[in-house]
Design a binder for this molecule. Structure first.
Ligand SMILES: Nc1ncnc2c1ncn2[C@@H]1O[C@H](COP(=O)(O)OP(=O)(O)OP(=O)(O)O)[C@@H](O)[C@H]1O
Length: 250
């Protein structure tokens, strides 16, 4: 198997008396789609927040590409290629899709999102990369429509394009299918399957059909602790996992 891109070593996060992350160890290989599942309150979102640099761990280490990033902030982690999607992105509803992506690209190149209108030439040079990102998420045909005309599912695809605009190596995807109907969910599954070829992905998702069809490996979190990691087939048949979480669902 390929080398590790992200290693979580003995991570702990406490909130008062609650251990939301409890001596967690995780190893994400370069190029894999690794899904994180577990019952409500298992600590999935808390983990993602620590990986993205939004929440400081109580103890333990996070290594990205061999570098200790545990104490780096979000911006420093984005620069290294760690990007979180779906809970932080704000889109501009009256601007077109391509304008939204251009703003994101501009923020990456200049660290400044709000002076884009002063930089007409820069904006022109970012249009092609922005259109390519829209192509990658299946929204090229709607590039010039106002963002507010998109369906909920399409807005999430656009958020993904904005996230890809940061040039990530590791994508942290927090419930990309949340609140979607069947059609939008299926489109997102197809899209994630395509993105798998280009990025290492850590996916949190409650839709078990999506998880088991997409993941190379799955880790199961219970009370902040990883109780099993393995291929979908191994997880499906793991007695401890069935008892702790999956029951008869799988
Ligand atoms: N800011 C906070 N303050 C106090 N407790 C918190 C905080 N954030 C999370 N927790 C607690 O930590 C535990 C893990 O929560 P977390 O949201 O990470 O779980 P989750 O697996 O993402 O759940 P879900 O699947 O419902 O989204 C829960 O017991 C939660 O109540």
């Amino acid at each position: 198997m390929s080398r590790s891109l992200l290693q979580v070593q003995g991570l702990v996060k406490t909130f008062g008396g609650i251990k939301a992350t409890d001596d967690l160890h995780l190893d994400i290989k370069e190029g894999e789609l690794h899904a994180l599942i577990g019952p409500n309150g298992a600590g999935k979102t808390t983990l993602i927040a620590q990986l993205a640099g939004m929440l400081e761990p109580t103890s333990g280490r996070i290594l990205f590409d061999g570098e200790d990033v545990t104490r780096l902030d979000c911006v420093q982690r984005v620069r290294r290629g760690i990007a979180r999607s779906f809970q932080i992105t704000s889109l501009w509803p009256t601007l077109s899709l391509v304008e939204n992506v251009v703003i994101a690209l501009q923020a990456r190149t200049e660290g400044h999102a709000f002076r884009f209108w002063e930089r007409a030439r820069d904006v022109a040079s970012l249009r092609d990369p922005a259109l390519q990102l829209l192509e990658r998420v299946g929204l090229r045909a709607k590039a010039h429509r106002p963002t507010q005309t998109l369906s909920h599912g399409e807005q999430r695809q656009l958020e993904l394009a904005v996230t890809l605009g940061t040039g990530p190596r590791l994508l942290l995807l927090d419930e990309p299918m949340a609140g979607m109907g069947i059609e939008d969910s299926q489109r997102m599954v197809t899209l994630l399957r395509e993105l798998r070829a280009h990025y290492t992905i850590l996916l949190i998702e409650h839709d078990m059909d999506a998880v088991f069809s997409l993941a190379d490996r799955i880790s199961v979190l219970v009370y902040g602790h990883c109780v099993a990691t393995g291929t979908p087939d191994a997880i499906r048949t793991d007695a401890q996992v069935r008892a702790a979480y999956l029951g008869e669902e799988v």
